[in-house]
Write a protein that binds this ligand. Sequence first.
Ligand SMILES: C[S@@+](CC[C@H](N)C(=O)[O-])C[C@H]1O[C@@H](n2cnc3c(N)ncnc32)[C@H](O)[C@@H]1O
Length: 233
Amino acid sequence: MLSRRALPSLNDLSRSVLRTGLAILSRQKRLDGLFLVDATCGNGHDTLFLADTLAGLGARCPILAFDIQPEAIARSRQRLGPHGGGVIFYERGHETLAEVLAEYAPKPRLAAVVYNLGFLPGSDRRVTTTAERSMASLAAAAAALAGGGLMSVHAYGGHPGGSEELEAASDWFGALPAGQWTTAGYALRNKEKNPETLFLAEKTADICFNPHPAPSAGRLRPDGWEPGGLPPP
Ligand SMILES: C[S@@+](CC[C@H](N)C(=O)[O-])C[C@H]1O[C@@H](n2cnc3c(N)ncnc32)[C@H](O)[C@@H]1O
């Protein structure tokens, strides 16, 4: 059915880009073995979207879902229901992402990382993401992202600390090196309350990196690097 509006919501835009990026990785047979991260699972909408998208692609990548609030983890588990088989929940801050990834052997590379910043709707609005923690988490996510992987960060400026976080995210995405990343920011320009921006980044460096080289593939170095592409970060 034809939508009644031509401009996508920031949520729809994020999902469309994530769907496309994951489909490209799947078609290139580079999705298997990668992990996905929902850094702020909240009510579980984004985690469910990721799980459904993977199911549609016939992929079985683990999804790591973080939130600091037990209530959010419970709501997300409930929303996922039978779709939650591949989801591993972490009731801890996303700023611990690097530590969590280091618990896996081999350390996983990521296909997509999603952040929906701010507070949990329908809960205590004083519990929010913060600029400092979110930027630490973004740095860990960027380092672990595979070539062709995507980051999506939906930031809001209307709550206490929100505008600092939105500005920090804007600076952070703007500083990613152009030879290795394509980044974008889509802002609702005339929204009167609670400004919103969706930041998107695609890792274009190490696009030839194969996270799980076959032992018999003689042209791959032991670190998985395939000659002919850009060096790993
Ligand atoms: C806007 S909500 C997320 C909505 C969610 N993505 C969804 O689809 O329903 C933001 C969430 O971030 C969580 N949060 C706050 N600080 C966090 C942190 N350091 N690490 C992980 N989650 C955090 C909050 O508890 C809240 O549930």
